[in-house]
Design a protein around this ligand. Structure first.
Ligand code: 4NP
Length: 144
């Protein structure tokens, strides 16, 4: 699960998907394309919205997406088109490129919909993000 800072959207996506899959079979992680927040805990607003839905993201720490992640992971879900461009710019092979998917394609296939960046907004944005990610992860878990 990849966003820009790895403190707002992708930590939620990581934990939501983890809550829907068998951890013995599916390895889920998240990262940000940017380095600015590496090592930091999730944004308090993401922590609060996760807690409201009985998920704990407090143990997570932000990290920057690395080219090696293309080899570690089978599928790389990006939150928006800007993340997609950034991740694809690091892809070296067609196989790597094919791993990258816009997460909301899971709900709106082919419609190119972004998960809006809630960083500069209020808590409503985080609730909306949670709802979108929950629906997308439900479909991901069902189809894995
Ligand atoms: P995220 O949100 O990509 O969902 O983690 C952001 C976090 C930090 C910044 C931007 C977006 N920032 O500009 O620092």
């Amino acid at each position: 699960m990849v966003c820009l800072g790895n403190i707002c959207r992708s930590p939620l996506a990581e934990e939501i998907l983890k809550s829907k899959v068998d951890s013995d079979k599916v390895y889920v992680d998240s990262a940000g394309t940017g380095h600015w927040h590496a090592g930091e805990a999730p944004d308090p607003r993401s922590f609060e919205i996760a807690k409201k839905h009985n998920l704990d993201i407090s143990y997570q720490r932000a990290r920057q997406f690395q080219p090696e992640d293309f080899d570690t992971f089978d599928i790389i879900y990006v939150m928006d088109n800007s993340n997609k461009d950034d991740v694809l710019s690091m892809a070296k092979t067609e196989e790597h490129r094919k791993k990258v998917r816009l997460i909301l394609d899971e709900i709106f296939p082919g419609e190119n919909v972004d998960v809006p960046d809630p960083y500069y907004g209020g808590s409503t944005g985080f609730e909306n993000v949670f709802t979108m990610l929950d629906e997308a992860c439900e479909n991901i878990a069902r189809n894995l």
